[in-house]
Design a protein around this ligand. Structure first.
Ligand code: SF4
Length: 385
């Protein structure tokens, strides 16, 4: 790793400096970007505005210093409670405030969810994420108990298990951790400034508070955004900056491209250009070097070449399977073929170091005496450093 680093620094040092390069730096080693929480918005904007291929080169170099570039995480998402949500997220077909094709349903039983997780595992997914469309868990005691059992059973299969269940109290986060939850998804969606144009029923600070509760419980944080909401580049930068100043960088940063849904306020939004998706991924990779950058909703609209550019520039996770929450997903077979052509392999579960550290914490304290599989037992061939 270190000789590779020296080679990269030497290579970068030898590059001619263009006066158009917005990110000229005195010390080329800073091009390899250490993980830090002192980024300013101006610095991130300068990274974002770097000529595109230079930006992709830089982010690819950072990616190779912090991750195995051949590995991507395969994650399967399942909607365990669809529609009928009281919130007004203007992109979402599950909000009860809009007339959309999504049909509301009750919380699923445990059996079909476990069957779906088993199928995902057989197809190579190592993380299984369950989403429920509601504001929070208030008044849902029995439903929450059912979800805790789903978490226990999926974790017992040796998979990383993630949920996205809206706002969470510290006690609910603790219960999820005790059940074996690996990660919790709670997106900030966009910058603080643009956020009120997208959602009015919960505040940016309420979202940050849930993220804090997740982190305090020792659960990995999955939090990212959506491109194509009508935001500007400054808002994209603002979102990444917000992630960079959290007490810990999120373990996962999903980058979604809006899939406009008929009946929602954003149904007529223009698709976000690919170069914006790429810039966002590359900038996030440089600013959040240890984070898994997740190419999420909207991926099926990208060509294989475009996806390859995203992986080259630092994206290292995808959702794969039959369906996202309400939008189409690239199927396993198609993804396996693409990965074969690109020379990519699926990550083992618990491969990310920060996730491993939180799992150790689980094993060492909260789950003492439980029969839950540890990462080592699930993956004996893996080095836990
Ligand atoms: S994004 Fe989540 S919280 Fe917002 S309306 Fe949709 S289901 Fe509800």
């Amino acid at each position: 790793m270190f000789s590779q680093r020296r080679q990269l620094i030497s290579f970068v040092s030898s590059l001619p400096r263009s006066r158009h390069l917005a990110t000229q730096v005195a010390n080329p080693s800073t091009l390899l970007s250490e993980s830090r929480k002192t980024w300013t918005k101006d610095e991130i904007q300068a990274v974002f505005d770097t000529p595109l291929l230079e930006l992709a080169f830089r982010s690819a170099a950072v990616h190779r210093m912090h991750h195995d570039p051949r590995k991507i995480q395969l994650c399967t998402l399942m909607n365990i409670k669809t529609g009928g949500c009281s919130e007004d997220c203007s992109y979402c077909s599950q909000s009860s405030r809009y007339s959309t094709p999504t049909v509301a349903s009750k919380l699923l039983d445990i059996a079909p969810v476990i069957e779906a997780a088993r199928k995902a595992k057989e197809n190579g997914s190592t993380r299984f994420c369950m989403g429920a469309a509601w504001r929070d868990l208030a008044g849902r005691k029995r439903g929450f108990e059912r979800i805790l059992e789903m978490v226990r059973q999926v974790r017992g299969m040796g998979m990383e298990v993630c949920t996205t269940l809206g706002m969470l109290s510290p006690e609910q986060a603790k219960q999820l951790k005790e059940a074996g939850l690996t990660a919790y998804n709670h997106n900030l969606d966009t910058s603080r400034e643009f956020y009120p144009s997208v959602i009015t029923t919960r505040s940016y600070d309420e979202r940050l508070s849930t993220i804090e509760n997740i982190r305090e419980a020792g659960i990995s944080v999955c939090s990212g955004g959506i491109l194509g909401l009508g935001e500007t580049d400054a808002d994209r930068v603002g979102l990444i900056w917000q992630m960079s100043i959290l007490p810990e960088h999120p373990e996962s940063f999903p980058v979604n491209a809006l899939v406009p849904i008929e009946g929602t306020p954003l149904e007529a939004n223009e698709p976000v250009p690919f170069h914006t998706v790429l810039r966002t991924i590359a900038t996030a990779r440089i600013v959040l070097p240890d984070t898994i950058i997740r190419l999420a909703a909207g991926r099926q609209t990208l060509s294989e070449s475009e996806q390859a550019m995203c992986f080259m520039s630092g994206a290292n996770a995808v959702f794969t399977g039959e369906q996202m929450l309400t939008t189409p997903c690239s199927p396993w077979d198609q993804d396996k073929e693409m990965m074969g052509r690109l020379g990519l392999e699926g990550m083992s579960s618990f491969q990310q170091k920060s996730v491993q550290a939180k799992e150790r914490m689980t094993r060492g304290s909260v789950l003492q005496g439980s029969n839950m599989q540890s990462p080592e037992l699930s993956h004996p061939d893996k080095i836990l450093s």
